[in-house]
Ligand binder design. Sequence first.
Ligand SMILES: *[C@@H]1O[C@H](CO)[C@@H](O)[C@H](O)[C@H]1NC(C)=O
Ligand SMILES: *[C@@H]1O[C@H](CO)[C@@H](O)[C@H](O)[C@H]1NC(C)=O
Ligand SMILES: *[C@@H]1O[C@H](CO)[C@@H](O)[C@H](O)[C@H]1NC(C)=O
Ligand SMILES: *[C@@H]1O[C@H](CO)[C@@H](O)[C@H](O)[C@H]1NC(C)=O
Ligand SMILES: *[C@@H]1O[C@H](CO)[C@@H](O)[C@H](O)[C@H]1NC(C)=O
Ligand SMILES: *[C@@H]1O[C@H](CO)[C@@H](O)[C@H](O)[C@H]1NC(C)=O
Ligand SMILES: *[C@@H]1O[C@H](CO)[C@@H](O)[C@H](O)[C@H]1NC(C)=O
Ligand SMILES: *[C@@H]1O[C@H](CO)[C@@H](O)[C@H](O)[C@H]1NC(C)=O
Ligand SMILES: *[C@@H]1O[C@H](CO)[C@@H](O)[C@H](O)[C@H]1NC(C)=O
Ligand SMILES: *[C@@H]1O[C@H](CO)[C@@H](O)[C@H](O)[C@H]1NC(C)=O
Ligand SMILES: *[C@@H]1O[C@H](CO)[C@@H](O)[C@H](O)[C@H]1NC(C)=O
Length: 427
Amino acid sequence: MQALLYLVGSLLSAVLVASGSQYASTCNLSPLGAGQDDTDQVMAAIEQCGDGGLTVFEEGEYNITRKMTWNLTSSRVELHGYLSFQPDYEYWLQNSSTYRVVYIQSQASWFIVTGSDFEIDAYNTGGINGNGQPWWDYFTTVPRLDGDGRPLALTVYQATRGTISNFLIEAPPFWCNCVAESSDIVYDGMLCNATNTNPEFYGQNIVPNTDGIDTYRVDNLVLRNFDITTGDDCIAVKGNTTNMLASNITCRGGNGIAYGSLGQYVDLPDYVENVTMTDLHVLRINPEIQPNMGSGVYFKSWDGTVNGSPPDNGGGGLGYVKNVVIRDAFLDNVTTPIALYQTNGAQSGDAPSKYQFANLTLLSFTGTYQKNPLVDIACSPAAPCPDLTFENINVTLLSGGTPAYECENVLSQTGLPVTCNSTVSSS
Ligand SMILES: *[C@@H]1O[C@H](CO)[C@@H](O)[C@H](O)[C@H]1NC(C)=O
Ligand SMILES: *[C@@H]1O[C@H](CO)[C@@H](O)[C@H](O)[C@H]1NC(C)=O
Ligand SMILES: *[C@@H]1O[C@H](CO)[C@@H](O)[C@H](O)[C@H]1NC(C)=O
Ligand SMILES: *[C@@H]1O[C@H](CO)[C@@H](O)[C@H](O)[C@H]1NC(C)=O
Ligand SMILES: *[C@@H]1O[C@H](CO)[C@@H](O)[C@H](O)[C@H]1NC(C)=O
Ligand SMILES: *[C@@H]1O[C@H](CO)[C@@H](O)[C@H](O)[C@H]1NC(C)=O
Ligand SMILES: *[C@@H]1O[C@H](CO)[C@@H](O)[C@H](O)[C@H]1NC(C)=O
Ligand SMILES: *[C@@H]1O[C@H](CO)[C@@H](O)[C@H](O)[C@H]1NC(C)=O
Ligand SMILES: *[C@@H]1O[C@H](CO)[C@@H](O)[C@H](O)[C@H]1NC(C)=O
Ligand SMILES: *[C@@H]1O[C@H](CO)[C@@H](O)[C@H](O)[C@H]1NC(C)=O
Ligand SMILES: *[C@@H]1O[C@H](CO)[C@@H](O)[C@H](O)[C@H]1NC(C)=O
């Protein structure tokens, strides 16, 4: 509800910003052209007009060769063109070439937007070109680790009352978006496209970790009108995401829409509360381009034992996900429509997770799936799940069989066959 109220507020302020006259200054840019470096002129424009001003980028490609922070205060940016981050991954992978502001998994950023009361509108003609293909090719032979320095394409960090609209992100090397330590942020119109075009790798997923957006330590967040082509999570709701509304989200390929992973940090509880999603479309695409289409929606936590330490390993973290509503999901040929597991990073003999999932409501799921069970819920014996509600879960098994439902350690559910909450084991 708070998210909905905020949305109305943001539309009003967008109208005010559109009236124009209040800008202290206006900066206009056009690309310098082939072989030139645009970073200086971009930084100069934002320094001059980012506080109270309007910055207008003409269409075209702006060559960005080093890390960049935009601090926008009462400011509007019209980004008709692409910020094209130079494809020299050896340069970007040096520690000093990126920022490390995203605490979770120590992820790297090459472009940070911070500040307050701003709008960036990219008019569906601009945004970011991540030039990811050489990165994806390179990381087919090098291990992909969290925190290894692959930069996420757009980081919104310590921002309040900001809107990002009609924004295209082509070929992100790593996560397409992350919003962290922020509040009252609206994304309205976001395209992320991690599509391998190298025939050598057709039929393989060479774009792991190209998540559409990860949310972390953020309150009052609206995600609307997303179109995400990925080899990983379409949306990943991570720790301390509260009062979030996502609507009209299209996910093409990858793992599906995730709540998690949560509980990675033993000393840092992850609280996720009031996260509503509506009008979801989760679609399998040409397997030559992207072979995976895992889940519609899934929930995941680490297990109860600490194995190694973040960014790559962890576990034992506490917290909860509660008051989740997911409504109107269309799934096309996903492997498993709805899943929950609490065994991320698990090794044999580990303690069960104490991370709590509660009060999850899933309504009106349609479409098709590949493999039973339709609902695969495995809550931890150390934190059985109360208050799971299902209604109109009508997804068709493509092979023609009868849907199956599995519920382990579910304290109470409604809407699935009653046998589905009958396997509570003792902890
Ligand atoms: C970007 O700028 C660098 C440094 O000046 C230059 O070497 C490179 O050719 C430019 N890239 C493009 C696509 O213009
Ligand atoms: C951003 O700009 C505002 C206004 O000029 C200033 O108060 C704030 O400290 C700046 N933030 C950062 C991170 O530089
Ligand atoms: C680069 O930064 C990472 C993460 O902060 C750190 O683990 C690593 O040791 C650093 N590498 C170098 C060469 O400084
Ligand atoms: C993503 O990029 C690929 C390759 O350029 C293109 O074929 C595809 O249409 C794009 N997808 C979307 C949804 O824009
Ligand atoms: C849903 O979002 C897509 C962009 O991803 C947009 O083209 C479409 O118009 C939106 N649909 C509605 C009903 O707003
Ligand atoms: C989440 O917020 C609580 C306070 O509400 C804090 O104690 C906890 O450390 C936060 N967790 C993360 C991951 O920031
Ligand atoms: C979740 O929503 C309820 C009902 O609107 C509200 O009372 C509660 O404070 C919200 N939780 C958080 C963490 O904001
Ligand atoms: C469950 O979540 C819904 C949606 O946020 C909320 O309205 C309801 O009060 C919650 N129920 C409980 C028992 O907390
Ligand atoms: C579902 O996806 C598989 C690939 O995983 C493909 O072989 C099959 O033709 C698809 N079925 C439908 C009905 O789209
Ligand atoms: C389930 O979906 C199928 C195929 O879309 C439809 O024919 C059927 O009427 C639906 N059943 C219910 C109970 O909604
Ligand atoms: C399963 O859940 C239903 C609805 O919450 C409840 O009435 C029933 O007693 C539960 N069954 C078991 C075996 O726990």
